[in-house]
Design a protein around this ligand. Structure first.
Ligand code: ATP
Ligand code: MG
Length: 229
């Protein structure tokens, strides 16, 4: 049985095109050590979400390979893959249910596990300020929450599955600067505990990343720390 224990990610010479269109990714190489925090930035249409889709097995590459802990993505069973990775999508889907149910998402999780995930996501404090705390209904699609708060709930939801790799596609729409800072803090504190690959639309979100990778027209243009770039 294959073991995913540390969450190191390796992308080698990945080429991808949608259907019969022109290639969108032109040979991506990326090595993310276990527990590292990597940020991906780039103009709209540069291929960030496409790259993420490949890492999540929504699509498969025309050529090249993606490995987790040295194992080809394709060799992992569905259950095992899903247990190893967590996704915070660009537009999180929220249930018309309580904060608690939105974090648990049908999984049998203890109260402690839910609160621990919310604390790690820095969602705990704002949840406690809601009228009925964890039992507060969040409304249809999370109507009662701001974009940033939805993202924090989505981070808690992903962390509750104890993933080895956390993928985050930052919301494009407006996030108030206070909540944005909370997302930034949560990611920074998770470094070393989980491998993080975060697509960012604001450089500030990933200012503490170990490495920031710039995607330009489907090619990796440059990489370095926030200070180096
Ligand atoms: P954004 O910052 O706007 O989220 P992005 O960097 O995530 O942009 P992608 O969504 O990966 O960019 O798109 C990369 C290219 O692939 C674009 O030219 C886009 O039009 C194209 N593309 C994206 N999704 C599809 C799809 N499902 N079918 C065909 N082409 C697509
Ligand atoms: Mg995108």
């Amino acid at each position: 049985n294959i073991e995913i224990s540390s969450g190191a990610l390796s992308v080698e010479q990945v080429v991808f095109a949608y259907d019969s269109g022109k290639p969108v990714l032109h040979g991506i190489d990326l090595q993310v050590p276990a527990g590292a925090f990597y940020g991906i930035v780039g103009h709209t249409g540069s291929g960030k979400s496409t790259l993420l889709s490949l890492l999540l097995r929504f699509y498969s590459a025309q050529s090249g390979c993606v490995q987790i802990d040295g194992h080809d993505l394709a060799s992992l069973g569905d259950m095992q893959f899903r247990a190893s990775v967590g996704l915070v999508p660009q537009e999180p889907f929220l249930l018309a249910a309580s904060a608690r149910e939105n974090i648990a998402m049908g999984r049998e999780l203890s109260e402690e596990a839910i609160v621990a995930a919310a604390k790690a996501a820095h969602a705990h404090d704002f949840i406690l300020q809601l009228e009925h705390g964890y039992l507060t209904p969040l409304g249809e699609g999370g109507a009662k929450l701001s974009t940033g708060q939805k993202q924090l709930i989505a981070i808690a939801r992903a962390l509750a599955g104890q993933p080895k790799i956390l993928f985050l596609d930052e919301a494009t729409s407006h996030i108030d600067s206070e909540t944005e800072q909370i997302v930034q803090q949560a990611l920074t504190e998770l470094r070393g505990k989980v491998t993080i690959v975060a697509i960012a639309h604001r450089l500030s979100t990933i200012r503490d990343a170990d490495q920031i990778v710039v995607l330009n027209h489907g090619r990796l243009a440059e990489s370095g720390s926030h200070a180096e770039l």
